[in-house]
Write a protein that binds this ligand. Sequence first.
Ligand SMILES: *Cc1c(COP(=O)(O)O)cnc(C)c1O
Length: 402
Amino acid sequence: MTSVTRETFDDVMVPNYSPLSVIPIKGEGCKLWDKEGNEYIDFAGGIAVNALGHCHPALVGALKEQGEKLWHLSNVFTNEPALELAKKLVDNTFADKVFFANSGGEANEAAFKLARKYASENFGPEKHEIISFKQSFHGRTLFTVSVGGQPKYTQGFEPLPGGITHLEYNNIEMLEASVSDKTCAIVLEPVQGEGGIIPASKAFVEKVRELCDKYNAVMIFDEIQTGMGRTGELFAYMLHGIEPDVLTSAKALGGGFPIGAMLAKEKFAAALKVGTHGSTYGGNALGCAVASAAFDIINDPATLEGVKEKHNLFNTKLQMINEQYNVFEEVRGEGLLIGAALKEEYLGRAREFMVAALEQNLMILMAGPNVIRLAPSLLVSEAEIEQGMRAFEKAVAKVVAG
Ligand SMILES: *Cc1c(COP(=O)(O)O)cnc(C)c1O
């Protein structure tokens, strides 16, 4: 085997990422190890993907079992794991139908295309405008970055798909003033993830639902980051008791195996008739078998209840750190999607905290330059939270001391 180091990245990889210095080679639960045997606590969770930690035995078991039976067929045939997973998703949510993709961006691509198709077939081509929100993130394909509300991700990639408007998140008046008969969809994250861990208000979500009903627009919830137990509910729409028409899932859905899904009510799903959309790998047997095993553990009331309890413990610890070091403007989020927004004097320095934490053998995330983000395994233990937060406190102390 050739030996590779962090420098190899700079030699052979396209420079679109800037990975940290450590190269983990093994993981178990909330722990990771590098080649030198250094141990790390993982509160980053592969960016809200490893919802059951690393190498959960049930997922490893499902992968091995399916791996010896059947990996891939394409959608010329269907397969049992895909149908079983789809049934679980339908039985436990608002949705009647499922489309499988391989990533979040592709699930959103399907949702946006569905909205356009539904509107043009039922109301004509004029009804094609998509309303989205500033700071939102919906993926990296050209359509999904265009719907996303972060201009830095579209700059230089023009010309972009048209008919997309970006409004202020949580601004009800602006939304009311902008929706029209031309609106085909309103798309939002119930908690903006990449945009800084910003929850939508209940009143805002209610208004989106009301306006979508009034104008025959498809209400799309992007739950790629908030879904699959992350907020302490199976999906975050359940926090407000308001059902979308279409929902996208990925990240935690596969617990580390790449898979995405679009869930839809029958009426809207019907717009994607035979041949209108597709994916070679979507609904791949291997991915669906792993996701199906993950679903059963995540959708267990004990797991979901645990998420809410652990949220409180993280919150308490973060507040205690803040009392001592006065670095956070606000600690926010739902369940185990937690954001600590930096105070003015630390704005733009979230990466410094992330690097300082790594030096204390703790992995954390940022959500933009001003917010520290934690998205650990839903199964993180109290002892691991205590240990990780002790490391985090040391990291904060170092950054504060300069
Ligand atoms: C991560 C994310 C995506 C994109 O998912 P990929 O799997 O990277 O394509 C889309 N929407 C939200 C809310 C996300 O957090």
